[in-house]
Design a protein around this ligand. Structure first.
Ligand SMILES: Cc1cc2nc3c(=O)[nH]c(=O)nc-3n(C[C@H](O)[C@H](O)[C@H](O)COP(=O)(O)OP(=O)(O)OC[C@H]3O[C@@H](n4cnc5c(N)ncnc54)[C@H](O)[C@@H]3O)c2cc1C
Length: 439
């Protein structure tokens, strides 16, 4: 049996169990007399909403015991959808309660219970702020770093407020053991958020790195080479990424994910970073000798030379070549024998990263290299335009049924190329896609 599917199945079961736990605790005996159907449904939705929020803490924190089933990309897409679902469930909860029994409207009245009304108002505001800041971050002019901090704080506030509300309501949560179990669950999810945001960066101080080389590349990119200081470095599979922090201390707001571009097995780690915002714009000015901190490696977008003897197809756009460089560089270091295809799209010839090195890789490996330029120049005889179905069919073998496929670049590239590879017979379980702009 394919272990990837088994891991994904276990992942789903673990997520469902976590999300259903508050409801299961509430429904365990002793149970109060059932109220009207609408009111009961309202309670169930509130408890499931709380459960989904608790499970969100487990999937968003790059927890090693939870992350391997899905890739970081899929995990964050799922986190976004599950977050929206939790908010819808939590907003339906009061509406159904009021529809089931108008007496619940008194919960909003501060004269009938100040703490209760304040908790509910705070909870509703925190929920709305959580959704609005996530869906409209750019329109609200929130920098990614401030959004990330706010998101963590709001998530903790909503889980703590939701627990407080469930305990105050006390309908299904009257028994002491139920109250204790719900409190442990909510505290555990808050502890997970704190572990990710505070403890883990703090622990990184035991494994410092230092920038040893800074090289300008084409297309506004810069390569950084980092050396481990007093430890044995990072063991990673080609294609994985790590979270980079620069500066004297590892605990900083600025922590960003970058694919490792150097081959596996090397002591030093290299990244190639495109200027796209406040952190990446400053990379070109980083001085050799700057302290650095790496959290990782993460990701299931990985390929090991020899792992798929029938061959592999790589499709990259722009700086999306970085994880594939690690794969190809690793293949060259180990003397790869399987046939490989790389279709690499860029706006223009002057912006093709690692152009000369790719020629060397094509000479050293059984690698078919296809450059695609949005705009060709005078004398350009290669492909022009976008990477589409017709182009891929022209250059790739007709049958990919025993191969693996890797796509990394802008979302439109994965959307266009993925279905074509599947259409050429590539099994869905062998298709990997990585997006760099997740949020
Ligand atoms: C798995 C993965 C691997 C990546 N590998 C590379 C790489 O090899 N080379 C490279 O140039 N870029 C890579 N990126 C993209 C890189 O992380 C962002 O460009 C960078 O974080 C932008 O930060 P900024 O402060 O300069 O820009 P900002 O102005 O803060 O953000 C610009 C955009 O970048 C994205 N972004 C910002 N911070 C993060 C973050 N912490 N996590 C995820 N997305 C973020 C958001 O979509 C944001 O809208 C990768 C991203 C991911 C998720």
């Amino acid at each position: 049996m394919n272990l990837g599917w088994l891991r994904a199945l276990l992942w789903w079961l673990a997520w469902l169990a976590l999300a259903a736990l508050p409801l299961a605790i509430a429904l365990a005996p002793p149970r109060p007399m059932a109220a009207g159907a609408i009111e009961e449904l309202g309670r169930m939705l509130g408890l499931v909403g709380l459960g989904v929020l608790v499970a969100q803490a487990a999937i968003s924190g790059r927890q090693r015991w939870f992350a391997p089933g899905l890739g970081q990309d899929d995990l964050l897409q799922f986190h976004r959808v599950a977050g929206i679902a939790a908010v819808v469930l939590l907003l339906c909860h009061p509406l159904l309660m009021f529809a089931g029994d108008r007496a619940f409207l008194a919960w909003l009245d501060p004269r009938a219970g100040l703490l209760r009304a304040l908790t509910l108002a705070g909870l509703a505001l925190a929920l709305l702020a959580l959704v609005a800041s996530s869906l409209w971050r750019l329109a609200l002019r929130l920098s990614y770093e401030h959004w990330r901090l706010l998101h963590g704080l709001l998530a903790v506030a909503v889980v703590a407020g939701g627990l407080g509300h469930a305990l105050m309501a006390g309908h299904y949560t009257g028994a002491g053991w139920k109250r204790a179990s719900l409190a442990v669950l909510a505290l555990a999810s808050i502890a997970l958020v704190l572990e990710t945001r505070l403890l883990r960066p703090w622990r990184l101080r035991r494994r410092p790195w230092r920038v040893v080389a800074v090289r300008p590349e084409r297309a506004g990119c810069t390569s950084l080479e980092l050396a481990p200081e007093g430890h044995d470095g990072l063991r990673f599979a080609p294609g994985q990424h790590a979270w980079l922090t620069l500066g004297e201390r590892p605990l900083r707001l600025q922590q960003h994910p970058f694919s490792i571009a150097s081959p596996a097995g090397q002591r030093n780690i290299a990244f190639t970073i495109k200027a796209q915002g406040d952190f990446t714009d400053a990379i070109a000015d980083v001085e050799p000798g700057t302290p650095a901190w790496l959290e990782g490696p993460y990701g299931v977008f990985t390929w090991r030379p020899g792992s798929c003897p029938a061959g592999a197809v790589f499709i990259a756009g722009g700086v999306g070549i970085t994880p594939i460089m690690s794969m190809l560089r690793s293949a060259r270091a180990r003397g790869g024998h399987e046939p490989l295809w790389l279709v690499y799209g860029n706006p223009a010839w002057d912006e093709v990263l690692f152009r000369e090195e790719l020629d060397g890789l094509a000479a050293a490996l059984p690698l078919t290299l296809v450059h695609v330029l949005e705009e060709g120049h005078a004398g350009w005889q290669g492909e022009t335009g976008h990477i589409d179905a017709a182009l891929l069919r022209r250059h790739l073998p007709a049958d990919l049924s025993r191969m693996a496929g890797f796509i990394c670049g802008p979302p439109a590239l994965a959307d266009a190329a993925g279905p074509v590879l599947l259409g050429l017979g590539l099994p869905a379980r062998n298709l990997y896609a990585e997006r760099f702009d997740l949020i």
